[in-house]
Design a protein around this ligand. Structure first.
Ligand code: ATP
Ligand code: MG
Length: 543
């Protein structure tokens, strides 16, 4: 498919398709609003410098409808969300609510009363409480007197209704990543708007919370809400959306009811005809044979207390060249284990050794020096420096090697060093000098991965590395990790709750409540058995 190909609609075109000929309809009788979609983007264009993020995209969401929006990293999804939510002005085209022109960008609170958004990047202010965040900028929290007690009660009611065990009084800095996501969702619901834009809302949620979210979305849709749902998990789109639009390179290349599409057709539309498998062949299982028992990663009887889940006596070895998956529910301790090994989380007793060298609890510098590469869970906080360029971020930890004596490195030298990694991971940026802040979410994640790999680490700790990464790039990213293990002999510890990430692992260790519950000794790993094990349900050891 060429990029100039028009949108293929599997549905009959409706009268509303003509609306682009009549950009600002006026309708004194209000008939339009009865017949029109709840929200509509018409021929929207947007560019950032030389990057053309959206090229004439039209999209409609009716009342009582959930529309999926999918596409590869950098396809333009979040840009469209910013335009629909009044944060960005389009260069051309316009937005309609109920067939009427949207408010001006200056009137953001009016816009907010029409459409609520859960953004891809956390918009939670850590220093404020949950209730303060939920009602931040809300019309009820403005003016001279704010009844915070009432707002706290309303917040708690929303949280309770969702079955989320979070206190409205809690400080957001004390919350886990997925709890902050819940705060975002609560904030969207508290606006009272009847259009909801969800930009990868499940990325940081665990399964129980996703089920609750989906129930709630279905309930909202049944109650007449218009919902736009963005996700890289295509099965979710099949589960809750009626229609889907596929963006590729800023163009809507496909719009169709989901029940008329297969997942493969959707992926082909996203990547332009080349399938995931063709793009990233599975690495051949050869190469590194572990010899020395001391080498790689050793974790001995580790105990740690952490809001992310405690560890209660965990012992684990990952040999050089070996790929070990660790999985479990979010508070099961897998994230804590990864963070402890990376040196960003302290432990109370036990030992962590990299190539036989013991690490110091909570000392990232020691872990880094010993050769522990780290792909963090929260890329915004730990994965990169947003205002620096792609090349600066990727090469940040290898400056000494690039300029052993002077410490001065030319931009072109940095770019030459970074390029093999950014190309292998298919980072989409206008150039390697572009600030990481300007990249799409998934491309920022790839920068965090490149930064970890360029040091040629002895041990790689990857925590949910494919979060926010599109299906095609996901295979490239997992392949890059596999290659680092198999060809260079790195010991890979892959902590994830995305079971499809585990396919290339040599074995998978399942954690329940801070302890190793069971181990799956060799692939293929049965999804149902893994799921049961993460819930602590496997009656017998599947090894
Ligand atoms: N503020 C900005 N300045 C420059 N370029 C930008 C800016 N915001 C987005 N872009 C570019 O626009 C394109 C579309 O980005 P967008 O964030 O909409 O992608 P996306 O589909 O949401 O991707 P992802 O799945 O990774 O979140 C990308 O090439 C991105 O680098
Ligand atoms: Mg995005």
């Amino acid at each position: 498919m060429g990029t100039s190909e028009p949108v293929r609609r599997a549905t009959e075109p409706s009268d509303n398709d003509d609306v682009s000929d009549n950009p600002a309809p006026t309708d004194p009788v209000g008939l339009t609003s009865l017949l029109s979609p709840a929200v509509e983007a018409v021929d929207v264009e947007k560019s950032f410098g030389s990057t053309w993020a959206l090229r004439g995209v039209s999209l409609q969401i009716a009342n009582g409808q959930c529309v999926g929006l999918v596409g590869r990293n950098g396809a333009g999804k979040s840009t469209l969300v910013s335009i629909l939510s009044g944060l960005l002005a389009p260069d051309a085209g316009h937005v309609l609510f109920d067939g009427q022109p949207a408010p001006t960008l200056k009137d953001l609170s009016l816009w907010r009363s029409r459409i609520a958004v859960v953004f891809q990047h956390s918009m939670v202010v850590p220093q404020l409480t949950v209730a303060e965040n939920v009602f931040l900028g809300h019309r009820d929290a403005k003016g001279g007197f704010v009844d915070w007690r009432a707002l706290r009660r309303r917040t708690q009611a929303i949280l309770d209704e969702w079955g989320f065990e979070i206190s409205a009084k809690a400080l957001c800095s004390s919350l886990r990543v997925e709890e902050r996501q819940v705060v975002e969702i609560a904030r969207a619901l508290a606006t009272g708007a009847r259009c909801l834009l969800l930009d990868e809302p499940t990325a940081a949620l665990e399964r129980g919370a996703i089920v609750r979210l989906f129930d709630r979305v279905r309930q909202l849709v049944a109650g007449g809400f218009a919902v736009l749902y963005i996700s890289h998990h295509l099965e979710e789109v099949f589960e809750i959306c009626q229609e889907v639009t596929v963006l590729r390179d800023g163009q809507a290349v496909l719009a169709a009811p989901v029940d008329q599409l297969t997942k493969d057709e959707m992926v082909r539309a996203m990547v332009g005809g080349v399938t995931t498998e063709e793009q990233a062949p599975v690495p051949v299982r050869v190469a590194f044979r572990p010899t020395d028992n001391d080498r790689g990663l050793s974790v001995e009887d580790l105990h740690a207390g952490s809001p992310r889940g405690a560890l209660r006596g965990v012992s684990l070895r990952v040999a050089p060249g070996e790929q070990v998956g660790v999985t479990g529910l979010l508070s099961s301790g897998v994230v804590t284990l990864g963070r402890a090994v990376a040196g960003v989380e302290p432990w109370t007793s036990g030992r962590v050794l990299v190539d036989g060298k013991p690490l110091a609890p909570g000392r990232r510098d020691v872990a880094l020096k010993a050769g522990a590469g780290y792909i963090p869970e929260d890329r915004m906080a730990e994965g990169f420096v947003a205002h620096l360029s792609v090349a600066e971020n990727v090469t940040m930890s290898v400056m000494e090697e690039l300029a052993p004596r002077t410490g001065l490195v030319t931009p072109s030298r940095r770019e030459a060093a970074a390029r093999p990694y950014t190309e292998a991971l298919s980072v989409v940026s206008s150039s390697l000098r572009q600030a990481v802040a300007e990249l799409s979410g998934g491309n920022q994640q790839k920068v965090a991965v490149a930064r970890a790999l360029i040091r040629k680490p002895v041990v790689i700790v990857a925590i949910t590395p494919t979060r926010g990464v599109d299906v095609a790039s996901k295979a490239l990213l997992l392949r890059a990790l596999s290659v680092a293990a198999r060809d260079r002999g790195a010991a890979l510890l892959l902590a994830t709750d995305d079971l499809s990430d585990l396919a290339h692992c040599d074995r998978v260790v399942v954690f329940v409540r801070g302890e190793i519950f069971t181990e799956f000794a060799r692939p293929p790993f049965d999804r149902e058995a893994l799921l049961a094990a993460t819930e602590g349900l496997a009656a017998t050891n599947p090894v």
